[in-house]
Ligand binder design. Structure first.
Ligand code: AMP
Ligand code: MN
Ligand code: MN
Ligand code: MN
Length: 287
């Protein structure tokens, strides 16, 4: 059972500055229509959407939190860390995000080669066309596979070609978890471990990850993401209490084509959680 409820705050959202479907202004319009008052734009390894999002938020009376979602690695596991309240112009962060995009550009070539080896036509141009800086992420390849009539939807494209263990999955040399946390903290932000339930870890391994994250300077955990099971929300809230970590929540909305994810809708945080927005100086309205 999961319980997506409308929330006044959504701290995990994507635009066309990474693999989202909506330009920042249209994303903000959709988020505002959902009744959200405070939003973080958290594009993968990019802050390019923040300026246009800020203008759109000002026009619609929303508060924007400067965000980013950094891809990194802990042992064999690909992990995402969300940074909230970062300075998007911080020189070191700018440099690190540039290196992330260079890794992504190199990976796109390899993904394309692997797909061609599978007998698929060269989709690099099509995948690059809708991608930020012309650098396609996996969802851009997924959309190209759908547009070319090879897969029926993005999920099918991941399941057949792009997901871990599939022929066009490319193992990445992402920076370590400590490094990603360090970049965020140096840029004045709060480091949030993104969607831990998606890593499909045993309880023991999840415990190790959360402890390592805390010890490396991490601040908070995404306790509630759209469609998350209630038992998983409770489990993460318990871990936060045990390790003194704050709790975040966000939809991880990427656009209208995934109809089961809506902006501003996710399970509520259990009342024992210390909300991450208290670290950002944000107060819940009417509280
Ligand atoms: P990348 O950052 O290029 O490795 O792409 C990862 C992104 O792909 C995630 O942020 C999701 O938006 C999307 N994604 C990952 N797994 C799936 C899946 N099984 N089906 C659809 N989209 C997925
Ligand atoms: Mn994504
Ligand atoms: Mn993620
Ligand atoms: Mn995300």
């Amino acid at each position: 059972m999961n319980q997506n409820l409308p929330s006044w705050i959504d701290l995990h959202l994507h635009s066309t500055a990474s693999d989202g479907e909506l330009i920042p202004a249209d994303l903000v319009t959709a988020v505002a229509a959902a009744g959200v008052k405070v939003m973080a734009l958290t594009d993968h390894d990019s802050v390019a959407g923040l300026a246009p999002a800020r203008a759109a938020c000002a026009a619609l009376g929303l508060q924007l939190v400067n965000g980013v979602e950094i891809s990194c690695r802990r042992e064999a596991l690909d992990v995402h860390v969300v940074g909230l309240g970062i300075d998007p112009d911080h020189p070191a962060l700018t440099e690190h995000l540039g290196a992330q995009m260079a890794r992504r550009a190199a990976r796109a070539q390899v993904i394309n080669t692997r797909l061609v080896k599978e007998g698929i036509p060269d989709l690099l141009e099509m995948a690059s066309a809708g991608a930020p800086q012309g650098i396609p992420a996996r969802p851009h390849f997924a959309r190209a596979l759908v547009a070319a009539g090879i897969c029926k939807d993005e999920k099918d494209a991941f399941g057949k070609y792009l997901a871990l263990g599939k022929p066009a999955y490319v193992k990445m040399d992402w920076p370590g978890l400590e490094e990603a946390i360090g970049w965020i903290r140096e840029a004045g932000g709060v480091a949030v471990l993104a969607h831990p339930h998606r890593y499909k870890l045993t309880r023991t391994k999840l415990d190790l990850l959360l402890r390592h994250f805390r010890d490396a300077g991490g601040n908070a955990v995404e306790v509630a993401v759209a469609n998350q099971e209630a038992t998983s929300v409770q489990q993460l809230a318990d871990f936060c209490s045990r390790y003194g970590l704050h709790a975040s929540k966000g939809s991880d909305y990427h656009g209208p084509s995934m109809r089961w994810v809506q902006p501003g809708k996710m399970p509520p945080l259990p009342s024992r959680c210390q909300p991450v927005w208290s670290l950002l100086g944000i107060l819940e309205p009417n509280s």
